[in-house]
Design a protein around this ligand. Structure first.
Ligand code: B12
Ligand code: SF4
Length: 493
């Protein structure tokens, strides 16, 4: 069978900082290829819609799968599926991915007969099973499948992550993938899932609070197979088990692998393991993203972050001592007024870390989505990208965007101050000489992309597909009721 796997376009707001390889889709491509199917992967972050239509007409796939990790991409994917159905009426069309897993029925409803099924949860196993069962309708009973007139039970989590290998050879123009100065950059997975349960996050509901790791030798082998000099580790929280971090580091040293690494982890994981992060610093870890989220206790409690400001600030100190560049995120609440934005600006300017500011956005799949008090001002999927306010703002909406963009601009310029400019200029010159221009293009795009007028105007666009708001309930679902997979957790307390 000929199979085309498609990743949607980037959204402007994230494109300026990074564009990362579609690792999930590469893993699915590999598992399907192992079944003997002929697979092509098209990443619309890099290629145009014209390339998509060329593939439909030239390759004429029997099955077309879309990766829907982000709600903001729902309208684009529905439209692409509808076009595919018109051009290839007999092809099997399916959708999967992180966000798709929380709203499968809504996707089927929007797309009508253009989408045959949604595959919820991890896609490697189920996709291969579904394609294997075609053309019979028995796929509708498989675990993880949601179809128009049927569906199987919740899927199980994949039991062994060591067998998973991404088909990196299927992504073309790989030099387009970058994150900041990591240009070009590949992605790798050392672990899946998260044991914590922050109220605004869907990582734990997707993976059921289970943390699974790749064996150290396999992780190092996978790393050695990457040709790019820079690597983004996709784990939601890297090195929850420090012994895994030490063992992978040992294997890297043994194999003399030399690369630069960027990873995400929690402040308390870093704080408890300075030796581990120091070891990784020596091996090439330079950038760490810490999910700090707030600079006051009350908000951290409200997010159920299970850490406190003291530990967060101590973690920042520890990272500075190790010599890591730390990027952190603060969540701006629609309830913020000018004073609150100013307080965050003042704090962020003083600390040496790279500070990002995003908007508190309730998502399907998170606990806050089901809160009784949830009031939404828009059901436009495209605005659920954490750069727009989808709940009522205390300030007039336009003023809220002015404060937000002004604060983001101040934070961005902070890193382009004298010392920053010097570093960036040096890095930019070296990257230009080496022909890597993604990062340089990004530096000049900020004002074009982050613009309060534009963000405000985004609310007036015509809405063709509407997000379904959560059902109001006196006892909203919590904990395991929110899991995508069958419960198997090893949750953190
Ligand atoms: C890299 C990344 C990005 C990259 C995307 C790169 C890319 N091309 O995929 C960028 C930077 C663009 C990005 C942006 C954002 N991201 Co992001 N991102 C991640 C991250 C860290 C890793 C993704 C990854 O590669 N995972 C590893 C692969 C193997 O997993 P996967 O992609 O989920 O694929 C599996 C399944 O989803 C499924 N699947 C995927 N595709 C398909 C397709 C088919 C057909 C099928 C059947 C199955 C299937 O099977 C795969 C294998 O099991 C995840 C966290 C994480 N650990 O997953 C967050 C994460 C997915 N992002 C998240 C968020 C919130 C965002 C942003 C809103 C904000 C932000 N600052 O991160 C923006 C949204 C942009 C937008 N368009 O609206 C959230 C969840 C989003 C949600 N609920 O909608 C996550 C879970 C992080 C978190 N803990 O909150 N992100
Ligand atoms: S620790 Fe991070 S990944 Fe885990 S639930 Fe909280 S925000 Fe999500």
């Amino acid at each position: 069978m000929k199979v085309l796997l498609v990743h949607p376009s980037t959204l402007m707001y994230s494109e300026i900082f990074l564009r990362l390889e579609p690792l999930g889709l590469e893993l699915i491509a590999q598992s399907v290829r192992q079944q003997g199917h002929e697979v092509r992967l098209l990443d619309l972050q890099v290629f145009s819609h014209k390339a998509y239509f060329d593939q439909l007409r030239g390759f004429r796939p029997h099955a077309i799968g879309f990766s829907l990790n982000y709600f903001a991409n729902v309208p684009e994917i529905i439209d692409l599926a509808i076009s595919a159905r018109k051009i290839l009426p007999k092809s099997f069309i399916f959708v999967g991915g992180h966000s798709a897993s929380f709203i499968p029925e809504n996707i089927l409803e929007h797309a009508q007969e253009a989408v045959d099924c949604v595959i919820v949860g991890e896609g490697e196993l189920t996709t291969a099973q579904v394609l294997e069962s075609l053309p019979s309708a028995s796929f509708k009973k498989l675990p993880g499948v949601v179809a128009h007139d049927g569906g199987g039970p919740k899927p199980d989590l994949i039991s062994d992550m060591n067998d998973l290998k991404p088909a990196r050879d299927l992504t073309r123009k790989r030099n387009k993938y970058f994150i900041g100065g990591f240009d070009p950059c590949a992605s790798i997975e050392f672990a899946r899932g998260c044991q914590w349960d922050c109220s605004f996050c869907s990582a734990w509901t997707f993976y059921g609070r289970k943390y699974r790791t790749v064996a150290p030798e396999i992780a190092a082998e996978n790393l050695a197979a990457i040709s790019e000099p820079n690597v983004f580790i996709t784990d939601d929280v890297a090195f929850v088990y420090p012994e895994q971090g030490f063992a992978i580091a040992g294997e890297i040293e043994k194999r003399n692998i030399r690369k630069r690494y960027y990873l995400e982890t929690r402040a308390d994981v870093l704080l408890h393991n300075p030796d581990l992060f120091g070891y990784w610093r020596k091996l090439g870890l330079t950038h760490v993203f810490l999910g700090i989220e707030a600079i006051d206790e009350e908000t951290l409690m409200q997010f159920r972050k299970r850490t406190d400001t003291d530990r967060n600030f101590k973690a920042l100190e520890a990272a500075r001592k190790i010599g890591l560049v730390v990027a952190l995120n603060i969540i701006a609440d629609p309830d913020w007024d000018e004073n609150r934005f100013e307080a965050v600006r003042n704090w962020a300017i003083k600390v040496p870390e790279v500070v990002h500011l995003t908007v508190n956005t309730p998502y399907p799949g998170t606990e806050v989505w089901h809160k009784e008090t949830l009031e939404l001002t828009t059901l436009d999927y495209r605005l659920y990208d954490i750069q727009h306010a989808v709940r009522p703002t205390r300030l007039p909406l336009k003023k809220f965007y002015e404060e937000l963009v002004n604060t983001q601009g101040v934070l961005n310029r902070k890193h382009l101050g004298f010392r920053g400019l010097w570093d960036v200029f040096g890095m930019a010159t070296s990257l230009t000489l080496h022909g890597h221009t993604n990062f340089i293009k990004m530096l000049w795009k900020f004002n074009k992309v982050y613009n309060p007028e534009r963000q405000f105007a985004d609310h007036d666009r015509e809405i063709r597909y509407k997000l379904t708001p959560p059902a109001q309930s006196a006892s909203p679902p919590t904990g395991k009721a929110l899991y995508v997979h069958r419960a198997q957790g090893n949750a953190a307390k």
